[in-house]
Write a protein of this length. Structure first.
Length: 458
């Protein structure tokens, strides 16, 4: 054999693990390197631990809603170390399952950092050994972006550290307006912290539908999280046991935790890719084609490091498609159309397909259907939280282009709505489905009136 391995995968996260396992099962000799913990961001410090914390945080709303349903709730207290440690136990269990599965598939694992030396060589940085492979797959994911140069930056944390805090902060300042910021605001607020979001923009959740963004602004504030928009941080310093944050407005905010959730960078720094001739974009992401191939024929990249659509199921599909294309003789281009996504905020969001403004840019006629209501579940409790549902359809063909929901169970609903949108269902077919009563989801098939459709007699 000309090389030590057929395939060397750098990064054992969602994408890398899937690609390594399927390639090995197809008969390739595969190695994988991981510098932190097997399982990657999703399992260790992303989706999985986050969702457990969201579940934990939801109890406070349930307790608040309970009296309207006749329940008398005694003095409920919350213990952060119990939740934190239970989550970490589960993370360790899942990471172990990942490690076992790749070993069972015949993959050799190196638990250390790997860097690219040239088109067919990687170096393991701890042991210093160099290994060759016919192909190298970059699956190194992303890492939280930090505002380098901010005075007192070291006093802040990122989502990485948020899972492991010694104690629940009494006050938390969350910097950013994306999904990670909203989810941690929901988590800390639900668990009992006083939370403020600081965002430099004037709207939350860039990239989501504008109606949804406006709805979330109202609901996040209603939930009790303070929003400071159009402002940034200029300094962090310690002051009498608290972190004092100075804002661009001049306001000073004392807090116990400052969490930066201002985006993520692809993990390519110091990886040696430029040395091997691999082209990166302005943000450091590996530029790849539809088969995840970089400009160097033996080097491929999948998942967050390509910054195409930074979600776990996408990284997994990318990895599987790569393995099928190369080792199963099944050329599989990756399909990133109509990928559903969720924000586990208060209320949660589920979204798939085009936003109204995206649709208006690409289609001559766009039909919009929208409804906003207080769900039945909130009536007896007095909870004022509202649900928003919106459908974007092509006014000519009638095909659904996007479905956007903010409200209880929205992520669960959107997975199924995504099946219909992806299948190219028309609004007429969608509406022919019988409602399921009494649910919030039934409103999705009962939106008959167009609310806006410039260019057509609505
Ligand atoms: C707080 C948070 C919440 C999230 N929630 C969701 C969610 O609800 N749903 C969803 O779909 N997605 C979510 N994501 C995104 C999701 O985690 C990522 O899209 C997914 O993990 C990407 O998989 P990946 O394989 O590309 O990279 P990763 O899972 O990040 O794996 C990359 C791995 O490579 C390792 N690595 C990096 N460099 C090297 C090197 N040189 N040598 C060896 N190893 C290296 C890293 O340690 C890491 O383990 C969330 C992310 C965060 C941060």
């Amino acid at each position: 054999m000309k090389y030590d391995y057929d395939l060397f995968v750098i990064g054992a996260g969602s994408g890398g693990v899937r690609a390594a396992r399927i390639s090995s099962l197809a008969g390739a000799k595969v190695a994988i390197a991981e510098e932190y913990r097997i399982g990657g961001t999703c399992v260790v410090r992303g989706c999985v631990p986050k969702k457990f914390l969201v579940y934990g945080a939801e109890f406070s709303q349930m307790l608040a809603d309970a009296p309207g349903y006749g329940w008398t709730v005694g003095d409920a207290t919350f213990n952060w170390p119990t939740l934190r440690d239970n989550v970490q136990k589960e993370v360790t269990r899942l990471s172990g399952i990942y490690a076992t599965n790749i070993a069972k598939a015949g993959v050799t694992t190196f638990e250390e950092r790997a860097e690219v030396v040239d088109a067919h060589t990687v170096r393991l940085t701890k042991s210093g050994s160099e290994l060759t492979a016919e192909r190298i797959l970059i699956a190194t994911g992303g890492r939280p972006y930090l505002p380098e140069g901010l005075p007192g930056l070291e006093l802040g944390i990122t989502s990485n550290e948020a899972f492991l805090l010694d104690k629940l902060p009494e006050r938390a300042l969350i910097v950013g307006g994306g999904y990670v910021a909203l989810e941690f605001a929901n988590i800390f607020h639900g668990l009992g912290s006083k939370v403020r979001i600081l965002h430099r923009g004037d709207k939350l959740l860039r990239g989501f539908d504008d109606d949804l963004r406006a709805h979330m602004h109202i609901e996040v504030e209603r939930s009790g999280v303070a929003l400071t928009m159009k402002a940034t941080l200029t300094k962090l310093e310690m002051s009498g046991g608290a972190i004092r944050a100075t804002l661009s407005t001049g306001e000073k905010v004392d807090t116990d935790v400052v969490l930066f959730a201002i985006g993520r960078d692809p993990c390519t720094a110091g990886l040696g890719l430029e040395r091997a001739g691999v082209k990166l974009d302005d943000e450091g992401a590996v530029i790849v084609d539809e088969f995840s191939r970089s400009c160097v024929p033996s080097i491929y990249a999948i998942g967050d490091v390509t910054n195409r659509m930074n979600l776990t199921p996408v990284a997994i599909r990318d990895g599987h498609a790569f393995a099928n294309t190369i080792y199963n003789n099944l050329p599989t281009p990756v399909d990133h159309s109509f990928v559903p996504s969720a924000v586990f905020g208060r209320p949660p969001i589920g979204s798939v397909g085009l936003t109204e403004s995206d649709a208006r840019r690409s289609f001559d006629l766009v039909d919009i259907y929208r409804t906003s209501f207080r769900p039945m579940r909130n009536m007896l409790s007095g909870n004022q939280e509202r649900t928003l549902m919106k459908i974007v359809a092509d006014g000519s063909s009638g095909k659904l282009l996007g479905v956007h929901i903010a409200g209880e169970d929205a992520p669960e609903m959107i997975q199924l709505a995504a099946v219909a949108v992806k299948a190219g269902v028309t609004k007429k077919q969608w509406d022919s489905t019988m409602a399921l009563h009494p649910t919030a989801a039934e409103e999705l098939v009962l939106m008959r009136e167009k609310v806006a459709s410039p260019g057509s007699p609505a």
